[in-house]
Design a protein around this ligand. Structure first.
Ligand code: ZN
Length: 276
């Protein structure tokens, strides 16, 4: 499916070859759904999304041990107005307490940036909040990652519905334990949020440059985020990109699909917009 999508991408830009760029576009489409470029977004919403994604990205690069940032975009896809994509460097076989805490801080990066810049929140962070809360609850109830509650499994069972009546939910623990669990989940969430807030406050200038880069280019990749972090100016990204383009692509020949026979453009395929 991925290769097929990539071939279609290349064909659309009249290329004779598949390049990494085509696979990148194909991967995004397969994972996140099609771009919704026709969606009408106000400048204010666009700006808010840029700061939100810049917040995730900044927290993502500042906390060690998180998966590297692969790409950040404010082009709407599927249900999302923007997206910060991370890619693991190797297969993830286990997950530590520190990694879980770091991930929660990363999930709150968007909301922390909104609070810092706008002193207000949007409903856009709803999914982040949900996923962070689920993670914190699993840490406490399944993975024994709360010192206070120890290495116990706190399970809930949902009773089957019988003739339209449910006997309600039963759980393996007491009401007082339930309160302790809630308190621990809140503590983990609050700490993760505080970490995110601290990072976006301390590195506000970089948050600003990532957001400006997103508003200008719509999509930036992990290497470009790193360059901004190292103090590169937003306008200089353009220069870096044109240098990279001169280097050419992978030039994988396309087979099994008929492309335009007369490709007037560069055979290496330096065509089409830079942004995905
Ligand atoms: Zn978010």
């Amino acid at each position: 499916n991925l290769v097929n999508e990539a071939a279609l991408c290349a064909a659309r830009s009249d290329k004779k070859y598949l390049e990494m760029e085509d696979f990148e576009k194909a991967k995004d489409k397969v994972i996140m759904g099609s771009e919704r470029r026709s969606m009408v977004i106000s400048e204010e919403d666009r700006k808010m999304t840029a700061y939100h994604e810049a917040g995730h990205t900044l927290v993502g690069v500042m906390i060690p041990g998180l998966d590297p940032i692969h790409k950040v975009t404010i082009i709407p896809r599927g249900m999302a107005l923007g997206l910060t994509q991370t890619l693991p460097e190797k297969d993830q076989l286990s997950f530590s307490k520190t990694q879980a805490e770091n991930w929660i801080a990363f999930a709150f990066g968007g909301r922390a940036a909104e609070e810092l810049i706008y002193k207000d929140f949007t409903a856009g962070a709803a999914n982040d909040i949900k996923r962070a809360t689920q993670m914190a609850r699993r840490m406490v109830c399944e993975w024994g990652m709360s010192e206070k509650l120890g290495a116990l499994a706190y399970e809930k069972h949902e009773s089957p519905v019988f003739m339209g009546m449910s006997a309600g939910n039963t759980k393996d623990y007491s009401e007082s334990k339930a309160q302790e669990i809630d308190a621990e989940v809140s503590r983990i969430i609050n700490e993760g949020y505080a970490t995110a807030v601290k990072i976006v406050k301390e590195k506000k200038d970089i948050l600003e440059s990532i957001a400006q880069a997103l508003l200008q280019y719509e999509t930036i990749d992990g290497a470009e985020v790193q360059m901004l972090l190292n103090g590169m100016k937003v306008e200089e990204i353009e220069k870096v990109r044109s240098n990279k383009k001169d280097g050419g692509g992978l030039g994988i020949p396309v087979t099994g699909i008929t492309l335009a026979p007369d490709n007037k453009k560069d055979p290496v395929g330096n065509s089409g917009p830079v942004t995905a």
